[in-house]
Design a protein around this ligand. Structure first.
Ligand SMILES: [Cu+2]
Length: 158
């Protein structure tokens, strides 16, 4: 009898701690030493590929590393970099990106980006999409990204 109660209590406790882990995993951007500025996603039709861009600011005096990202917007989420091979531009997956203490790293078009492969729905201008960025020290940071068009090239401003 006592054993059963103990087991039930243990299971209940496990559930409780698991739940609290799930909830504490995703940190609000504003409370973290790592700040994600201006997250945005290029619009895309369902089933195609697009990317998430943002600026990471490390406000701590220790380096941090973004090693993964997740999102329900696409089937696959990867961290990519661009590279040049002769005249061709290509992109490839990277394992991580280091953000040095008190500095910023910009994820931007034609540079490092979070690739959203095979989008699950149309991502239309003006909509919002959520993603979670995983850092070694800061943990999982949830971002709400605005879906918007590529910025105009500098020379094309009127
Ligand atoms: Cu890519």
């Amino acid at each position: 009898m006592k054993y059963k109660i103990f087991v039930a209590a243990a299971i209940f406790f496990l559930l409780l701690t698991n739940l609290s882990i799930v909830y504490s995993q995703e940190i609000e951007n504003s409370k973290s030493k790592i700040q994600i500025h201006d997250p945005w996603i290029r619009p895309a039709a369902q089933g195609s590929n697009t990317a998430l861009f943002f600026v990471v600011e490390n406000k701590s005096d220790k380096p941090d590393t973004i090693y993964s990202a997740k999102s329900s917007l696409s089937e696959v989420v990867e961290i990519h970099e661009m590279f040049k091979k002769g005249d061709m531009m290509g992109m490839r997956q990277v394992e991580f990106v280091v953000v040095l203490p008190n500095s910023k790293v910009e994820f931007k078009p034609r540079d490092i980006h979070v690739m959203l492969i095979k989008t699950k729905k149309d991502l239309k201008i003006g909509d919002e999409g959520e993603a979670v960025l995983l850092f070694k020290n800061a943990g999982a940071i949830k971002v709400k990204a605005e879906i918007r068009d590529m910025p105009k090239m500098n020379g094309m401003k009127h």
